[in-house]
Design a protein around this ligand. Structure first.
Ligand SMILES: NC(=O)c1ccc[n+]([C@@H]2O[C@H](COP(=O)([O-])OP(=O)(O)OC[C@H]3O[C@@H](n4cnc5c(N)ncnc54)[C@H](OP(=O)(O)O)[C@@H]3O)[C@@H](O)[C@H]2O)c1
Length: 342
């Protein structure tokens, strides 16, 4: 697999990694199987997809424990990427950026992952009650202590920065909202003053290209790595989901504005467009969706999530798919995705 340098040369990983979240979080609980998930991690490593992306809150904790069972045997082959700063409450998620929490969280992740060093430690969400410089300073001390090799930030939600969850829809009175991820970029600049940001993780896919405007250019200018989360549009871009199929109550897509039956039907032209390009290459729509992400910049690593070994292998093979200028133009001409709030 093609190797990509992220974070000013200190970190190198396969161009396609493995998002481990679906094994323990966000999607239907009834479909989670620990043993087959472990096989999936092994299959990804065998295929060169060595960047394993997890978080302490996936499960919570069980996803890191699962990875730990694999890493106990194959640590040297893996690039371990985990996160802290987001806690699972009874009915909602809470950010915790207190330095003492960060120190405890890192030690706990190291134990669960059965390793003595984390390759990339990411701030999952900034805590609105703690200056981000304090949290980031505590994370920087973990690098000095040798527990962590480099630091990253998750910037999920183009509307309101790391800590996100907002959107880039127009503001009140029809005034345009500021550019997607503008707040995230301001916060990254503050963090960079304290300690280098080696990688930024944010959503990037054919149906969520907002990071291309400000966030990815910020990374490119600084040699910062970019980890593309949700590159398959939570499965939609693979063409394996059927409009109206429904999602179990505990699946985030049950409440997602692009996963109503009406919007899944309305967005079919995107899948059809990916399928047309895929047919030219003897590839799958999922592989084209990933190759598009990889084509956006040389320091992008795609993090497709899956709990199935055959899909991990299929996704890893996308690293070898080179889209032509005509392919990229065809994808650029596809209609923008619609959501139920549009
Ligand atoms: N930092 C953050 O706040 C944040 C937020 C979201 C995601 N992430 C990261 O990004 C990763 C990816 O995001 P994601 O998993 O939500 O979304 P995704 O990669 O866009 O899509 C995952 C979904 O696609 C399905 N899938 C995967 N490969 C497939 C293939 N080849 N053919 C058909 N279906 C396929 C999976 O099914 P199965 O589950 O059945 O295998 C899963 O339901 C996560 O694992 C996580 O590491 C980070």
């Amino acid at each position: 697999m093609e190797r990509r340098t992220i974070g000013a040369g200190v970190l190198v990983a396969g161009a396609v990694g493995l998002g481990c979240m679906p094994m323990s979080w966000a999607y239907s609980r009834s479909q989670r199987r620990g043993e087959s998930s472990e096989r999936t991690v092994h299959a990804a490593l065998d295929a060169g997809a060595d960047l394993l992306d997890t978080a302490d809150m996936y499960g919570p904790f069980t996803n890191e424990l699962l990875l730990g069972r694999v890493l106990a045997r194959r640590r040297a082959e893996a690039f371990v990427s985990t996160k802290c700063g987001l806690l699972v409450g009874d009915s909602h998620l809470v950010a915790d950026g207190r330095p003492e929490y960060v120190r405890r969280a890192c030690d706990a992740s190291l134990r669960r992952l059965r390793t003595d060093v984390i390759d990339l430690y990411q701030l999952h969400r900034a805590d609105p009650e703690i200056p981000v410089e304090e949290t980031w300073g505590a994370m920087a001390e973990l690098v000095t202590a040798g527990k962590v090799r480099a630091l990253g930030v998750c910037a999920l939600g183009p509307g309101d920065g790391p800590g996100g969850g907002g959107s880039s829809r127009p503001g009140r009175g029809g005034r345009p909202a500021e550019a997607p991820y503008a707040a995230a970029v301001r916060q990254l600049a503050r963090m960079q003053q304290v300690f280098p940001v080696s990688a930024v993780q944010a959503e990037l896919s054919v149906w969520a290209p907002e990071a291309l405007e400000l966030l990815l250019p910020w990374c490119r200018e600084r040699g910062t790595g970019f980890l593309a989360a949700m590159p398959l549009g939570s499965g939609f871009l693979t063409g394996t989901l059927t409009p109206g199929q429904g999602f179990e109550e505990d699946d985030v897509r049950a409440r997602h504005p692009r996963f109503t039956a009406e919007m899944m039907a309305a967005n079919q032209p995107l899948v059809a467009g990916l399928r047309r390009v895929a047919e030219r290459h003897g590839a799958t729509p999922a592989q084209v969706a990933l190759a598009w992400v990889l084509a956006q910049a040389p320091q992008v690593v795609a993090l497709p999530g899956t709990k199935r070994a055959e899909w991990a292998v299929e996704n890893a093979a996308a690293a070898g798919l080179r889209l032509t200028a005509a392919d990229l133009a065809d994808i650029a001409a596809l209609p923008p995705a619609r959501a139920s709030w549009d």
